[in-house]
Design a protein around this ligand. Structure first.
Ligand code: FPP
Length: 253
């Protein structure tokens, strides 16, 4: 999706698209002298809280960074535990999400995930494809640079095939070749756990996204924390490179 002009809903009210880097599961577990996997399980419960919040608040798209392309380098046991957790969450939650009208999709490179998990991802996407209350996008095996790289390859192949002139490639072509091309860019990115970086998440799509950081660890996130993020978001002035006067004029129209 290319840069959108200011939109009334996204200026003053709630984000149309909320993206979250769910950080701090490991530290949450360490604070309790428990293995990191316990933190991830608690993190999965916070995911449910967050989905409930979005459904109640009328947020139409939620993208969660569940597993980065770099996370494959974590200890084998932790990666295995995370994959198990994802599979169990899919088994447990998909029917209920479908009942609530949630459309599930997965972004990222799936090749390294076990066959059974890829099958569950496909099944969940097919089952929920026509749902419209909330687009729930799970970034798994995802990296923003990898996404831009695959988009570049796709466009290069079109140029090689004579379908596209290199000189004609514009931002819209790149945006349309990326994952989530059919959805608006995130209006708000929340990162929990105290770090202030985007960690290779949605690099292109975050160009004009408001960033909200909190030291709260992901498993401790509740509706109150999310409501605070919404309040702060509503107070932000999003200018998209324009002047304050232009924005005020635009909202009168
Ligand atoms: C970052 O915390 C979190 C992850 C790498 C995994 C995120 C997974 C979940 C929230 C659980 C389930 C998700 C779904 C979609 C069912 P960290 O381990 O880097 O924490 P640390 O920085 O404290 O070590």
């Amino acid at each position: 999706m290319t840069t959108m002009p200011p939109h009334r809903d996204a200026i003053a009210c709630i984000p149309r698209h909320l993206a979250i880097i769910m950080d701090g599961n490991g530290r949450w577990a360490r604070q309790r002298q428990r293995p990191r996997t316990v933190g991830h399980r608690a993190g999965a419960r916070a995911v449910n809280v967050c989905i409930d919040f979005c459904l109640n608040a009328g947020i139409r798209t939620l993208t969660l960074f569940a597993f980065s392309s770099e996370n494959w380098q974590r200890p084998k046991e932790e990666v295995g535990a995370l994959l198990n957790l994802f599979v169990r969450a899919l088994e447990r939650e998909v029917d209920e999400l479908h009942r609530r009208g949630v459309r599930l999709r997965f972004i990222g490179e799936r090749d390294r995930f076990p066959d059974a998990m890829r099958q569950r991802m496909r099944d969940a996407e097919r089952l929920t494809a026509d749902n419209t209350t909330l687009n729930l996008c799970i970034a798994a095996g995802y990296g923003g640079r990898a996404d831009i790289t695959q988009a570049t390859r796709r466009l290069a192949a079109q140029v090689a095939a004579g379908e596209l002139h290199a000189a004609d490639i514009g931002e819209a072509d790149i945006g349309n070749a990326l994952c989530l091309a059919d959805l608006p860019d995130p209006d708000l990115l929340i990162r929990t756990g105290g770090e202030h970086r985007v960690s290779n998440f949605l690099l292109w799509q975050l160009a004009y996204t408001e960033l909200w950081f909190t030291p709260i660890l992901w498993p401790d996130v509740d509706a109150g924390v999310l409501a605070q993020a919404m309040t702060d978001f509503a107070a932000r002035e999003r200018r998209f490179g324009l002047t304050n006067e232009q924005i005020v004029e635009g909202t009168r129209r």
